[in-house]
Design a protein. Structure first.
Lengths: 112, 109
């Protein structure tokens, strides 16, 4: 039982490049979330999904897109990376909006 | 904007002392959760308290919820060096699982 797995763990991008972060969960959870964490800012919700085929915007969605084609996977895309998107990205999943969430180990992204 | 707000931002105590952290929120909630984050790692769930509960315990953790004041507190008793971490509250105000900026707890041996 792997829980929540994020791929990759580290990535360096050049400004303007695109990339996709993958989050996979094996707990049959309905809800999945993408956060970014910057020093002194805590975790900020980028996008979330309440089930397969659904997505919704969080607090800081600009510059990111997401897809939830399969229940177990939640993809976060950066179409044209900017230095302001340098951050640590965390994925999480939960059975519902009122149950505990399980987090991945994080992806450290640097945009130069 | 982030909806749960923790207080204080940082807390430093001696091993064996108790640590208290507070969380305030703005609107009505169904539940409030507390999480811990060790440096550089993902968050780990500690405890969930529902809006119809006033107090909950889990080991050395005690959480209270006052819906009239829109606030919650997390008490860690008999702290240990291993409790050094950041602690976050999360609510379901509007959007599910929105976190505050956290409290950085340092427990000095």
């Amino acid at each position: 039982n792997a829980g929540v797995t994020q791929t990759p763990k580290f990535r360096v991008l050049k400004t303007g490049q695109s990339m996709t972060l993958l989050c996979a969960q094996d707990m049959n959870h309905e809800y999945m979330y993408w956060y970014r964490q910057d020093p002194g800012m805590g975790l900020r919700l980028i996008h979330y999904s309440v089930g397969e085929g659904t997505t919704a915007k969080g607090e800081v969605p600009d510059g990111y897109n997401v897809s939830r084609l399969k229940k177990q996977n939640f993809l976060l895309g950066l179409e044209s990376a900017a230095p302001s998107q340098t951050s640590v990205y965390f994925c999480a999943s939960s059975y519902s909006g009122e149950t505990e969430a399980f987090f991945g180990q994080g992806t450290r992204l640097t945009v130069v | 904007s982030q909806q749960g707000e923790e207080d204080p931002q940082a807390l430093s105590i001696q091993e064996g002392e108790n640590a208290t952290m507070n969380c305030s929120y703005k609107t009505s909630i169904n539940n409030l959760q507390w999480y811990r984050q060790n440096s550089g790692r993902g968050l780990v769930h500690l405890i969930l308290i529902r809006s119809n509960e006033r107090e909950k315990h889990s080991g050395r953790l005690r959480v209270t919820l006052d819906t009239s004041k829109k606030s919650s507190s997390l008490l860690i008793t008999a702290s240990r060096a291993a409790d050094t971490a950041s602690y976050f509250c999360a609510t379901d105000e509007g959007t599910p699982l929105v976190f505050g900026k956290g409290t950085r707890l340092s427990v000095i041996a």
